[in-house]
Design a protein around this ligand. Structure first.
Ligand code: FAD
Length: 378
């Protein structure tokens, strides 16, 4: 192989691969929804599965640092000149069968997938309407919203194994899907090339499990199913109100979505947090503290609301106020946003302040949800 340090050689090799486009100018500010981050050595856009596979295997053979990028909506990348190649997935084909089997290329825009499903009258992913990013990233952190998760309907994923170069459909059960987690997250072992979902075909949504959404739809019983298009419309409306649908004109949406996961803590710690809230803010507020059984492997634990804790720790919507380049969204305390001129360093400093403030107030350590590259919160 040629000299890996030579950009000219790298260009020539990559350019020889079909369905690949090279871009030397893009920065992570262009590639991510937070619009922060420095310049990769090169951005390589891949329009087919085989282009992705060839590019990934070439960069691995050259032992070159690279990062798979979908929509960049769950990524925080360091500022400055970066010694890594951005590999952007643009294999976007979507297919559906009359039996409700939906396949999507990893680079398909996730909300296009949801729209195609809803237009076909298929049910199962309408609650995931409006989540930014790509189809291929949905299993990576088992995306979820409004009581649904991709794991509810994911049957299998087409994986490119980076050690063998093999492409193979593997069952969803092998991915250890859990709350905002799979064994693909924080790992470089494989690239998702496509996903396959099994959806229902009777025109109705999955059972409604999220109170706010159920109320919006006038549901009277738990688990009711409603026409998929109605559920999609209601979810999009709720998400817009919280700045959780990307709108380039609205800086409240220049974010990575929920910045911290909801903490899962022992019952005793949840009780202590509630006692602390009672002491500082009164019994009424303490009684309102959201706490839910964590379920699954955490059945003895309690899930708290990160957004609520952030607010009660003194970080209200819009913190720290006008003029700061990075602020909490004015619509939702859980989104850290770039008001237009923020750098990664600004976002990280705000994340640290919020995390430390919540820890000082409640002894709960918030864990960031996005993937960090070349930068850390500590
Ligand atoms: C406004 C807003 C709202 C959001 N709301 C939600 C929500 O409701 N629920 C939720 O779960 N998330 C939410 N998110 C987070 C984000 O949209 C999801 O995590 C989404 O799935 C990320 O997709 P992406 O293509 O943008 O991934 P990227 O940010 O491009 O990548 C994220 C990570 O996945 C890896 N990756 C991406 N594609 C692949 C692939 N094909 N194979 C292997 N690794 C890959 C990347 O290398 C990186 O490590 C929100 C984000 C924003 C900005």
């Amino acid at each position: 192989m040629t000299d890996p340090s030579s950009t000219t050689d790298l260009y020539a090799h990559l350019q020889a691969i079909d369905s690949v486009t090279l871009d030397a100018d893009a920065t992570f500010a262009d590639l991510t929804s937070l619009h922060v981050g420095g310049r990769p050595r090169l951005t390589v856009r891949c329009a087919t599965d085989s282009a992705v596979a060839e590019v990934v295997m070439l960069l691995d053979a050259l032992q070159m640092n690279f990062l798979i990028v979908g929509g960049g909506s769950n990524l925080i990348v360091a500022d400055g000149e970066l010694d890594l190649v951005a590999v952007v997935l643009e294999n976007r084909e979507i297919s559906l069968t009359t039996e409700g089997v939906l396949r999507a290329g990893a680079g398909a825009v996730w909300d296009d997938v949801v729209l195609a499903s809803v237009e076909a009258g298929f049910g199962g992913i309408e609650c995931l309407s409006g989540i930014p990013g790509s189809a291929g990233a949905t299993p990576v952190q088992n995306v979820g919203a409004y009581g649904a998760e991709i794991s509810d309907v994911l049957v299998q994923v087409l994986l490119l194994d980076r050690t063998t170069g093999e492409m193979e459909w593997v069952p969803a059960s092998s991915l250890e899907l859990a709350y905002r987690y799979s064994n693909l997250k924080f790992s470089n072992r494989a690239v998702v090339l496509a996903i396959e979902l099994q959806l229902s075909t009777d025109g109705l949504s999955g059972p409604l499990r999220y109170g706010e959404l159920a109320r919006r739809l006038g549901a009277t019983e738990a688990g009711e199913r409603h026409p998929v298009a109605d559920v999609r419309a209601a979810v999009l409306e709720l998400r817009h109100g919280k700045g959780m649908v990307i709108d380039p004109a609205d800086h409240d949406t220049w974010s990575a979505g929920s910045f911290f996961t909801n903490p899962i803590v022992p019952v005793a710690l949840a009780d202590e947090v509630q006692a602390r809230v009672r002491e500082v803010r009164g019994a009424e507020d303490a009684e309102r503290m959201p706490r839910f059984p964590a379920g699954g492997e955490h059945s003895a634990k309690v899930k708290l609301s990160a957004a609520w804790l952030i607010d009660r720790a003194g970080f209200g919507k819009g913190f720290p106020g006008e003029g700061a380049p990075a602020r909490l969204s004015t619509k939702h305390t859980l989104a850290l946003t770039n008001r237009g001129s923020a750098t990664t360093a600004d976002v990280v400093a705000l994340a640290r302040e919020v995390r430390d403030g919540v820890q000082a107030a409640f002894q709960v350590i918030l864990v960031p949800e996005p993937v960090w590259v070349g930068v850390a919160i500590d």
